[in-house]
Design a protein around this ligand. Structure first.
Ligand code: HEM
Length: 472
């Protein structure tokens, strides 16, 4: 009875079993499992993973309570193993607990690293990379060869991120024999896999899954490479003509000594990793899902190509300045984010103090999982939620920028994605270019199997034959 008093009135949830709690209820795709379980227990659901208390949020109204009304209470992150080993001593932004340091870093991100001016200054770089990408697809078009679109888009996203962060291209072998894409994906995977050490503190030291070992070795790989990037920067010296890439900006902040908080090479390494991980997989997974849905829905594809013909015309490629006029593209994007938010469970939040939400008592130290995937498929909000119908957004003011809790692929509030503008430009640019420059013929079965991670991508790669359609 004493214990009950202490925990107060918790939200409803499925009964757990001893020790494991509810962990046994999760399979390979936790976002889908949690969606199903919430149908029986409601939009604010209590569970336990091992000894860790969890709240799962599955409706727009509930998401608004956690990300807006009580945002300040839930603006922290749980202590994740991944962040312990991959944050150079808790210096990162993504997994860092809510603290004065986190606030300073967040300010640095929005004002210096990802400001509208900065994003614009990378425009020529994006164009160069995109031109190369389209050239290689034209080559496939000439010989009528199928391309692995998933792999192609992923490596384009890697190139763009690398150039944005490091200021120049590095060879795959500069980081590791596995190459950038594989190394980044390993980091994303390690961050998302349920790590038993987090839920059963006494298991932590045993590292039964071997995750800690993998993280430590990955941390070494990144550390060595980032040191090289910074050394290269020092050697090259400042070039006033050149665009200031992220590494340049951060090195000058460090050298100026004018930062309000201690800022050294460790901070720079932590941020580089955040940006690399934040910008790469999210972009490529989103483009991959857009193309998947367009190929499954040929009338939507035709309609989008028609819009591109009208706005851009068949005599040239899409330019960034065209993007704002592409209204149908915007609806396609929303519809894709609704069904396939690239981070279906966002990134876990964590309560900083005891609180009362919707009449429930939520103790300090509770993990909060926002199921954006479930919200996007909620039949109380969306008619025919499983169908891909971009037209549902005609005349609707719903967008995905964190004000409408029906659609929150970027989260919302204090912890919402600071890279949204950057991500949107890349996604809209790559997706529209693929659709504008080519017709596509699918060569494998278009299944919709999802591979869970912090970012959810297709299990099976998207294979298709491009046919160049511009008249240039
Ligand atoms: C399709 C593109 C993207 C999507 C869907 C996306 C989604 C998200 C989501 C869901 C979160 C967590 C929100 C929460 O916890 O409530 C997040 C956080 C974050 N994203 Fe993105 N993101 C994208 C692109 C980017 C890009 C391009 C960057 C950087 C260049 C970036 C950097 C970050 C960072 C640093 C955080 C952590 C913020 C914090 O904890 O304070 N993201 N993103």
């Amino acid at each position: 009875a004493r214990r009950r008093k202490k925990t107060g009135r918790l939200p409803p949830g499925p009964k757990g079993i001893p020790v494991l709690g509810n962990l046994h209820m999760l399979g390979k795709n936790p976002h889908q499992d949690l969606h199903r379980i919430a149908k029986d227990h409601g939009p604010i659901m209590y569970m336990r993973f091992g000894f860790a208390p969890i709240i799962v949020v599955s409706s727009p109204e509930a998401a608004e309570l956690f990300l807006k009304t009580h945002d300040l209470v839930f603006a922290s992150r749980p202590p994740l193993q991944a962040s312990k080993y991959l944050s150079w001593g808790n210096r990162d932004l993504v997994f860092g607990a809510y603290s004065p340091y986190w606030r300073d870093m967040r300010k640095l991100f929005t004002l210096e690293l990802l400001s509208a001016n900065k994003i614009n200054s990378f425009r020529p770089m994006r164009k160069e990379e995109l031109d190369l990408f389209v050239e290689s697809l034209k080559e496939a078009s000439r010989i009528h060869a199928a391309v692995d679109l998933s792999a192609k888009v992923a490596s384009l996203a890697v190139q763009m991120s690398c150039r944005m962060v490091f200021g120049k291209k590095y060879d795959d072998k500069d980081i590791d024999e596995r190459g950038f894409k594989a190394v980044i994906q390993e980091a994303v995977k390690l961050a998302a896999l349920p790590n038993l050490g987090e839920y059963f503190p006494f298991l932590g030291v045993l590292d039964l899954q071997g995750l800690t070992r993998r993280m430590k070795s990955l941390a070494k790989v990144f550390d060595k490479f980032f040191e090289k990037v910074m050394d290269d920067h020092v050697q090259a010296g400042d070039n006033p003509e050149q665009v200031k890439y992220i590494v340049d900006t951060m090195m000058s902040i460090m050298q100026s000594g004018e930062c309000d908080f201690q800022f050294d090479r460790r901070n720079i390494k932590a941020i580089m990793l955040n940006l690399l991980i934040g910008a790469t997989d999210t972009t490529s997974a989103s483009v991959e899902w857009i193309l998947t849905e367009l190929l499954r829905n040929p009338t939507v594809m035709k309609k989008l190509q028609k819009e591109l013909e009208q706005v851009v015309g068949l005599k040239r490629m899409v330019e960034e300045s065209d993007l704002d006029q592409l209204e149908y593209l915007d609806m396609v994007l929303k519809e894709t984010f609704r069904l396939h938010p690239s981070g279906p469970l966002l990134i876990p939040h964590y309560s900083r103090e005891d609180s009362k939400v919707n009449g429930y008592d939520i103790p300090k130290g509770t993990r909060v999982i926002i199921n954006a995937y479930a919200i996007g498929r909620d039949p109380n909000i969306w008619t025919d939620p499983e169908m891909f119908v971009p037209e549902r957004f005609i005349g609707s003011d719903i967008d995905f920028k964190g004000k409408h809790f029906q659609l929150i692929p970027f989260g919302a509030g204090r912890r919402g994605c600071p890279g949204m503008q950057m991500g949107l430009i890349q996604i809209r640019l790559i997706a529209s270019q693929l659709v504008h420059c080519f017709d596509w013929q699918v060569t494998n079965e278009l299944d919709m199997n999802e591979e869970f991670g912090l970012v959810v991508s297709r299990v099976n790669h998207l294979m298709a034959i491009p046919t160049f359609r511009l008249q240039i």
